[in-house]
Design a binder for this molecule. Structure first.
Ligand code: MTE
Ligand code: LUZ
Ligand code: MOS
Length: 756
């Protein structure tokens, strides 16, 4: 089954926010955002801007009828700055004009006087100052303090991982259109239509039932539109509310990069202890998360860092503490992996450090400590592990030793090029860690001509979730996919949705769709049974034909649908799904938060040009736990995309804020994402074949985020290549490993000060 969007994508006919035909009289918005990262607003002057050509009105915090508040988890973020600004790019005023150009020209004429206050960009410094978003949290198993004495070897260190720009191809945006009686429809490029609806209602002080949010699809979200699409949707709604005219705002790329948050940078400390057989006995980690200026999703991201602090290893004694540190950067937010990759990098660094000191390959320590079924995670859940299965299959399919030998042989015979290799096992928990968010609904209508319409809370953002919803209905009804249409995601049809996130959208919405279709199917079977005068359990629908007692009848799908309608039996169903058995108690930091885990193992090989510091990713070879993939094309695409995005984060994407909190890497000329020349020359993905039961839709495990973490292997492969050239290189665990950093470490050593 190919992705149902491929036809319109290829023809350029797929509708994104900026393609929606505009109503006559539509106005355009542009935000005036803070040029200062932290300060008190002394005065705001919009008089010149108001005189600017085409300007209709300029809104400020004073024009907000309800609460000036967009914070989702914690109410700590104003929509428009009232008295203080907290980051460069924070919206202060909203200019409305007859054209986009006029709105942006007027923005340039707004002036503000800000009394600068202390600007903090470093999370450790913020923590010293007591600037925490929430109190710190600690996950614990066993007792590290008494375990150290049982360790033969103990190593300590620190790591840094930088942020990451989402760089969805479609920038953030919204289009708000007033309806009768004060209602507003917001077309929004959001992963969370309900978040936009709820926040618009709060800001405008209207009931949620007056706000309709509609989303056709996104040109990528990657977490960047889980929470942060809200600002633009609500700003447009605010203007539409006052002016009673449609208002549109699509951000330009540099506005988007400047004003929105990114993946959280982390600064971390670790201490790892092993016995003489390289078993990890104890592990301690402290994470300093750079949250930016407001909570946004940071507390949830921080929590997932703790959930994934041991990656796919069993460690009997773990103590992991995390601080969410308030700085004056744009609030950082969800990004594929959601804090998990940041936690996993630290344990991989700890293993790398131990391996280097003990002069063994890291793979030896990795393999020896893989989770087994029944092992307990630090948060209490018992593993249903595929970690060893994935590792062993990787060896079987790709021959790890042979690959290691090829790298060693290459390095022995080449002076100026060196290869490096690294293994990266992954383990990622599937479910929102906030248990209540694990719920979804699906509305299925069968029309009298036999065609089917599906509406769910899932948002299509390139990951193929609509295709999967359609497959569910096609399979349950046993009808052709051409008979089925997946509708836009709309808060009037499906209410109180969780965002499309946590890789869980296909599972949650898919299982709800499964339940809805099954309920309608049952009624169809009942109606057929009456017509054919046999028991309903003897009725079967196969490929649009009705079978009775296993024999094909005269009845086809269409005829049965119409007959059921004539009997006045409902052909519609709204179903609800929530995964059974999940729970978590934050007061104990224990529970069973995940429906299941996804596992996998990758081998990454790189070649470094030791004169120039540039490098190529030769190959990424993976065994991935798909469960039983319901769409291998879509799922392979998710793996490839995730791997490349992970490699980008780990090797080349470098976000730079200066000490004033200004984004220096503010355009694609200064921020480098992987392109066709820098992606791996080879990506081979081999599915792990297991028949084990899981809670995934049709046993097809969630695939959206886990593969990103294979990208961490590229960082360690590069380190290993550098070490092959310069064994005394002193390389800080500081990602991304840019060509600049590679070059520096090729020619510096433990004894040089410049490397520090
Ligand atoms: N794939 C594409 N093409 N575009 C995206 O924006 N987002 C990722 C992943 N894959 C994304 C993507 C993220 S962050 C998540 S959480 C999942 O898709 C969400 O979709 P799912 O729950 O349907 O897997
Ligand atoms: N979003 C969220 C997520 O709100 N909760 C989560 O647990 C999560 N996990 C991954 C990605 N987004
Ligand atoms: Mo994905 S970070 O859960 O949107």
């Amino acid at each position: 089954m190919k992705n149902i969007d491929s036809y319109t994508h290829v023809r350029g006919e797929s509708v994104y926010l900026d393609d929606i035909p505009l109503q006559a009289g539509t106005l355009f918005a542009a935000a005036f955002d803070s040029p200062i990262a932290h300060g008190k607003i002394k005065s705001l002057d919009t008089t010149e801007a108001e005189k600017s050509e085409g300007v209709v009105r300029i809104f400020t915090a004073n024009d907000i009828p309800g609460e000036n508040q967009i914070g989702g988890i914690i109410p700590d973020e104003e929509l428009l700055a009232s008295t203080h600004v907290h980051f460069c790019g924070m919206p202060i005023a909203l200019v409305i004009a007859h054209s986009e150009e006029q709105a942006r020209a007027a923005v340039k004429k707004v002036t503000v006087e800000i009394e600068k206050l202390e600007i903090i960009t470093d999370p450790r410094f913020a923590k010293e100052k007591g600037e925490l978003i929430i109190p710190p949290r600690t996950f614990q198993i066993g007792d590290t303090s008494s375990a150290w004495k049982d360790c033969e070897y103990i190593f300590e260190g620190s790591t840094e991982t930088n942020g990451q720009e989402h760089l969805y191809i479609e920038t953030q945006g919204a289009y708000a259109v007033p309806q009768e009686n004060g209602a507003i429809r917001i077309y929004s490029s959001t992963q969370g239509p309900t978040a936009v609806q709820r926040t618009a209602a709060r800001v405008l002080n209207v009931a949620m039932n007056k706000i309709e949010v509609d989303t056709t699809r996104l040109g990528g979200g990657f977490g960047g539109k889980e929470d942060q699409a809200t600002t633009w949707g609500v700003l447009c709604a605010l203007a539409a509310y006052h002016l009673k005219k449609p208002v549109k705002y699509c951000l330009h790329r540099m506005e988007d990069m400047r004003m929105t948050g990114k993946r959280h940078p982390y600064s971390s400390d670790f201490k790892i202890g092993l016995d003489k057989n390289h078993k990890i006995i104890a592990y301690e980690a402290t994470f300093y998360q750079n949250a930016g200026a407001a909570a946004d999703l940071s507390p949830a991201v921080m929590e997932r860092t703790l959930f994934h602090c041991n990656n796919s290893y069993f460690i009997p004694n773990v103590k992991a503490t995390a601080y969410s540190c308030r700085t004056h950067l744009p609030p950082n937010t969800a990004f594929r992996g959601f804090g998990g990759p940041q936690g996993m990098f630290v344990i991989e660094a700890a293993i790398d450090k131990a391996a280097a000191a003990l002069n063994v390959p890291a793979s030896l320590i990795q393999q020896k400590n893989l989770l087994k079924t029944g092992d307990e995670f630090p948060y209490g859940q018992k593993a249903e592990s595929e970690a060893n299965e994935c590792w062993n299959k990787t060896n079987e399919v790709f021959n790890i030793q042979q690959l290691q030998k090829e790298v060693a042989d290459f390095n022995a015979t080449n002076k100026l090029y060196k290869k490096g290799m690294a293994m990266m096992p992954i383990c990622f928990g599937i479910s929102f860690t906030k248990t209540l968010m694990n719920q979804a609904r699906s509305l299925v209508h069968v029309y009298t001509d036999g065609s089917v319409g599906i509406s769910t809370g899932a948002v299509e953002m390139g990951q193929g979730v609509n295709t999967k919803m359609l497959q569910v209905a096609a399979k349950i009804f046993s009808i052709s996919p051409d008979k089925i249409k997946v509708n836009t995601t709309n808060t009037y049809r499906i209410a109180n949705t969780s965002p499309t996130a946590a890789s869980a959208a296909a599972d949650l919405n898919g299982r709800a769709t499964e339940i809805a279709c099954a309920a309608i199917l049952k009624r169809l079977q009942q109606a057929a049974a009456e017509e054919l005068k046999i028991s309903p359990d003897r009725i079967e629908i196969k490929d649009e034909w009705i079978y009775a007692n296993g024999k094909k009848t005269e009845w086809d799908w269409k005829k049965l649908v119409l007959a059921t309608y004539v009997k006045r039996i409902s052909l519609s169903e709204l179903a609800h799904y929530t995964p059974p058995g999940i729970h978590f108690d934050p007061s104990k930091e224990k529970g069973h938060p995940f429906a299941y885990h996804v596992y996998g193992t990758s081998i990454t090989t790189v070649t470094v040009d030791c004169l120039r510091g540039v490098y190529e990713i030769d190959s990424v070879k993976v065994v991935h736990d798909f469960g039983q993939s319901m769409n291998t094309m879509v799922d392979m695409g998710q793996c490839e995309g995730g791997i490349v995005q992970g490699i980008g984060w780990m090797t080349m994407e470098e976000i730079v804020y200066d000490k004033e909190g200004k984004l220096r890497s503010n355009a694609l000329s200064t921020y480098k994402v992987p392109d066709i020349y820098s992606v791996p020359k080879e990506i081979t993905i081999h599915p792990l074949e297991t028949q084990k039961e899981n809670l995934a839709v049709f046993q097809s495990k969630a695939v959206g985020e886990p593969p990103l973490m294979y990208g961490i292997g590229a960082y360690f492969a590069l380190r290993n290549a550098v070490k092959a050239f310069n064994p005394s290189a002193d390389i800080a665990y500081n990602a991304p490993m840019t060509p600049e950093k590679v070059l520096m470490s090729l020619y510096t050593s433990v004894h040089d000060n410049i490397s520090k």
